[in-house]
Design a binder for this molecule. Sequence first.
Ligand code: NAD
Length: 387
Amino acid sequence: MIIEPKVRGFICTTAHPDGCMENVKRQIEYTKNKGKVNGAKKVLIIGSSTGYGLASRIAVTYGEGASTLGVMFEKEATERKPASAGWYNTVAFEKFAKGDGYYAKSINGDAFSKEVKDKVIETIKNDLGKVDMVIYSLAAPKRKTEDGTIYNSTLKTTEGNFTNKSLDLRNNIVVEATIPMANEKEIHDTIKVMGGEDWKQWIKCLADADVLEDGAITMAYSYIGPELTYPVYYNGTIGMAKKDLYNTSVDINNEFHDKGIKAYISINKAIVTQASSAIPIVPLYMSILYKVMKEKNIHEGSIEQMNRLFREKLNKGNVIVDEKNRIRLDDYEMRKDVQEQVMEYWEKVNSENINNFADIDGYWNDFYNMFGFKFDNVDYSRDINLV
Ligand code: NAD
């Protein structure tokens, strides 16, 4: 089968195995070129197959020589449909990592479930003994709890309707979008899915099973962004969940203090991922941000961010944090000169001048690359045997 991209708004329903392999390979090469540093040796990554989780996995393996166990929720190929990008990324990553002599195993299943937590604990006990780092990089649309209840996460505001410019992803036209306000249940349910409850459950299960090294570090990823996106992000339903995630880091530090476990939130930069493309208004902000940061030569994608995290911010025993104990990888994005320029472009941008003020090509290139498409050295005419 010849696999072509099938884009529906903010999602691509196909993925290319060769392109996903190329994506992983480029991230590995970037990390290898930076050389090795001291760091974590045995790392569990929950949400390891795409975006920040995949980049974390690559950065700790090739930057610190770590063994990694990954957890993801991805789809295998069928006779008629290619696998999901995260599936192909993981196959590619394991192939490279094992070929280079690193331990790398992945568990495909629902991270919210007890079954997957048990499987992870068993695998750690059998293969690694204990882990010294746990990265929680889940971005999930829904969560099923043990009693069978399903909670859906919503991307809405919490303080009334919000109208602003937005990019219509079907045709690159700048439109006005109105994001409605969530009700109490939607806010509650989004916190259930994207807040810290499950992160803490993971840490409790791992600590109870005695598979965490003394002094182990756990980290979850978050975002703040500029005031422009506050109604839809920081003060939106997702922002409420992220506040809960932050509070959970404080709880974990208090409750697991005796075991020497340290929890951090890393505030990362806005990048194009499957999760971020789905947030209204954010794709236009991101394409303007890309333009500004590229003009200033400080643009970063997931692998650049994660290398900076492990090399510069998380140097063993010396974690660089702000006044709230958060790691700030959004330092370049939030720079005054960057945000002033973004705001100037935001005011000016419209459908006619969009290429002057927004890096639409860069946005779409990252988007297609995420699903393994539009790499210049991949032969997309190759007939792929799906299964
Ligand atoms: P992503 O969509 O690329 O990755 C999500 C990962 O979670 C995938 O590996 C997926 O398989 C896994 N996953 C989803 N549901 C699962 C389930 N039920 N069980 C097991 N695995 C599951 O997302 P991302 O953008 O890399 O986001 C990761 C984290 O980084 C999130 O917390 C997000 O809020 C945060 N973050 C993202 C950005 C950004 O701009 N993309 C910025 C700052 C922080």
